[in-house]
Write a protein that binds this ligand. Structure first.
Ligand code: NAD
Ligand code: ZN
Length: 244
């Protein structure tokens, strides 16, 4: 893991910051048992999830697209937020975190109790018709039914490659990151556009908590190499010690 002095310093930044924004990616949820995209190879019929999470896959092979997302949603039912998700929610309640922007579609930040959450890539918990936009219910999608209004293809409310991000989430995340005097980026390869651009829009200090090195490590003031849940727990220990 990382140097104790780094943990101490970042904990100090968290305590003294007036506005802290958090940006998370798939690495935030691997400790909950959900594979990230990098380690997902072979997870589902040897298919690269990056090739299924596309408008093209939905429109050219809907049964394949639907089966993939059914399997993801079933997998999600067996998983829960971990300690790191709960700590971010507690830190928000204590005024140490002010907003969480996430690329994750698992809904875990909200489930753990974070309140200001920008789900930049949508959520696997709500559904709509791809063709007419009408809302739909999870069982309709899971049972393979068509849209009750137009007979179209049902889908989760997630952002596929080739689609725009929901503008309210994007605007909220952008404003929070620009405003923040500290941004914690956790568990993302920073390879997916446009979220990959967000850290460079920060004016405050930038901290990266990630298991593996990425091409973007150089832009951060501190890089803490480790597992999100463990690093957040270590930071929480420092924060509590300083509070006592
Ligand atoms: P990514 O898979 O490209 O990168 C994940 C990064 O997290 C890697 O650099 C890896 O080293 C790191 N990591 C893995 N486990 C970690 C841990 N325990 N602690 C800290 N770091 C850890 O993920 P991305 O950048 O978020 O991009 C993937 C895209 O796939 C996103 O658009 C996202 O919407 C989607 N996705 C979401 C989920 C989810 O909702 N849980 C899961 C898989 C993919
Ligand atoms: Zn419809």
């Amino acid at each position: 893991m990382t140097e104790r002095s780094d943990i101490r310093e970042v904990a100090h930044w968290i305590r003294t910051s007036n506005y802290t924004a958090v940006l998370t990616g798939a690495g935030m949820s691997t400790e909950s048992g959900i594979p990230d995209f990098r380690s997902a190879g072979g997870w589902w019929r040897q298919v690269d999830p990056r090739k299924v999470a596309t408008v093209e896959a939905l429109e050219t092979d809907y049964p394949f697209f639907r089966d993939f997302y059914r399997a993801r949603i079933e997998g999600l039912r067996a998983c829960r937020p971990h300690r790191g998700h709960y700590l971010l929610a507690e830190w928000e309640a204590k005024g140490w975190v002010h907003a969480v922007a996430t690329q994750n579609v698992d809904g875990f930040h909200l489930q753990a109790g974070s309140r200001t959450v920008y789900e930049l890539h949508g959520s696997l918990h709500t559904f709509r018709c791809h063709d007419c936009g009408s809302p739909a219910e999870e069982p309709e999608f899971m049972e393979g039914r068509s849209c009750s209004r137009c007979g179209g293809r049902l889908r989760p409310n997630i952002v596929l490659f080739g689609e725009l991000l929901p503008s309210d989430a994007w605007e909220g995340a952008l404003a929070a990151i620009r405003w923040a005097d500290l941004v914690l980026v956790i568990g993302t390869s920073l390879e997916v556009y446009p979220v990959s651009q967000l850290p460079s829009m920060a004016k405050g200090k930038l901290v990266f908590i990630n298991l593996e090195p990425t091409a973007e490590d150089g832009m951060f003031d501190r890089v803490i190499r480790g597992k999100a849940g463990e690093v957040l727990a270590a930071l929480d220990g420092e924060l509590r010690a300083a509070e006592a």
